[in-house]
Design a protein around this ligand. Structure first.
Ligand code: EPU
Length: 426
């Protein structure tokens, strides 16, 4: 008998087996909002960021701005930031521990003060997540980079343009470099950059602030300015939330109309789901997802425009119920299969061999008590609960709350039977 009382973190109770149907609006993208919020450090003018999701990670980013001396407050779905009072160049460990993306403050703080101190982020549950590429970039920019007392300390004598090639493709590494270079007068070149839609959204913002940025293939040419102005920007829709909701619909043989999407950002996800048999129709900026997707396929995660690692766990749930065997290769993070062990508790047949997961479709999943280990893993467990026979309790929900805005309410509006069990400690 499952103990469904709550522990120290909220849990989600899911009664599986309901067909999802209806309309749902996808929120603004978390991973676009964060670098854009940090871009405000580059200016002293007021900035408005629209369609920012209400998430723990966004709150942490705003809290960091407040600690630095900015004013930031929410008005509806917008965040209004007045960065004129920023007077500190230090991101302390208590905030970096809560959110690895705080590393994105390094580039803008260095641009603003010529010196920056950001606590070392350390590894996390999906892998070691080194930041050597960020640091190599700042060293190439002529900065003294040192690691001392748990901080990354970067000091710069003077700003000058530079050429830098990333040894591997990194999303936040590219963002940090673009943030910094936007403040450097002259022509800089960055090679082997990440092209994720969230990076491109930041480029849009930096252009609005006055930087000239041209992108050709994986090369960016940046002509920065020592005066960057304030901006007004609406962030792109969250392609991972859209993909997660698409999988939710397909798992339950549903009919879901997803509003506020950019289908071009979802190309590889849509192709994969269609090759599994999904019906996905585009209606301007909306997507209509109907029926099931049960054909096995092989999935290989890679940088955009490849299949996103942030959708790997969710699509694995669909493959767990497919009619045959599939293979999932995770090329981005070395330890992103922790959901497998939880999905197995629900009856999934998945074997992990290094970076490959071998998935053998089963007839049904069964409800179980499962534990979230990271953001996307927790989403996959919620998805599994929607289709499983009986009751599922997904514990340690704070992982989900970091990255999905109102997911359980959206699922409820589509007809799912889900209920949050608040933690016993507040
Ligand atoms: N890497 C290095 N050295 C570096 C930087 C990265 O070896 O200096 C390695 C990483 O360890 C990883 C690979 O390069 O193996 C790619 O990492 P990347 O730097 O691109 O990841 P990130 O910028 O830390 C962002 C997203 C992640 C998303 C990845 C990949 C944000 C705030 N985070 O992380 O989002 O999985 O890109 O697309 O944008 C999530 O939302 O759940 C999430 C984890």
């Amino acid at each position: 008998m499952m103990n469904i009382t709550s522990y120290t973190s909220d849990a989600l109770l899911i009664e599986g087996g309901t067909r999802l149907s209806g309309r749902v609006r996808v929120s603004g993208a978390k991973n676009a909002s964060l670098p854009i919020i940090f871009a405000t450090i580059l200016t002293s003018d007021p900035c408005t960021v629209e369609d920012v999701p209400q998430l723990l990670d966004v709150k942490n980013a705003c809290d960091l701005l407040l600690m630095l001396g900015a004013e930031a407050h929410r008005k509806g779905d917008s965040v209004l930031i007045d960065p004129s009072g920023i007077s500190s160049h230090e991101a302390p460990p208590e905030i970096v521990r809560k959110m690895r993306a705080s590393i994105l403050s390094l580039g803008p703080l260095l641009a603003r003060f010529g010196t920056a101190r950001v606590a070392l982020p350390g590894g996390c549950s999906i892998g070691a997540r080194p930041i050597d590429q960020h640091l190599k970039f700042f060293a190439k920019a002529g900065a003294d980079v040192s690691l001392k007392d748990g901080f990354i300390q970067v000091e710069l004598k003077n700003k000058k343009p530079l050429e830098f090639s990333f040894e591997l493709i990194t999303v936040t590494g590219t963002e940090n470099a673009l943030l910094y270079l936007s403040s450097v007068e002259g022509r800089s070149i960055l090679r082997n950059i990440a092209l994720e839609p969230e990076v491109m959204d930041l480029v849009e913002v930096l252009r609005k602030m006055g930087a000239e940025i041209e992108i050709e293939g994986r090369t960016a040419v940046v002509r920065g300015s020592d005066y960057l102005k304030g901006f007004h920007h609406r962030v792109i829709p969250d392609r991972i939330e859209a993909g997660t909701l698409m999988v939710a619909s397909l798992l339950t043989d549903g009919e879901v109309y997803l509003e506020n999407t950019v289908p071009e950002h979802l190309g590889s996800v849509i192709d994969t789901l269609r090759s599994m048999g999904a019906s996905i129709e585009r209606r301007d900026n909306a997507l209509l997802v109907r029926g099931k997707a049960t054909r096995p396929v092989d999935v290989y995660t890679s940088e955009f425009p490849g299949f996103p690692t942030d959708m790997q766990a969710q699509v694995m749930v669909l493959l767990s119920l497919a009619e045959g065997k599939s293979r999932v290769y995770e090329s981005i993070f070395e330890n992103r299969f922790q959901h497998v062990y939880e999905l197995r508790k629900m009856g999934a047949k998945i074997e992990v061999r290094g970076r490959t997961a071998l998935v053998e479709g089963v007839e049904e999943l069964r409800g179980a008590e499962v534990f979230s280990t990271d953001l996307r893993a927790s989403a996959s467990l919620v998805l599994a609960g929607l289709v499983a026979k009986g009751t599922t309790v997904v514990r340690d929900l704070y992982h989900l709350d970091r990255g999905y805005e109102r997911l359980e309410e959206k699922l409820k509006e589509l007809g799912a039977c889900v209920e949050r069990l608040p933690s016993l400690v507040s």
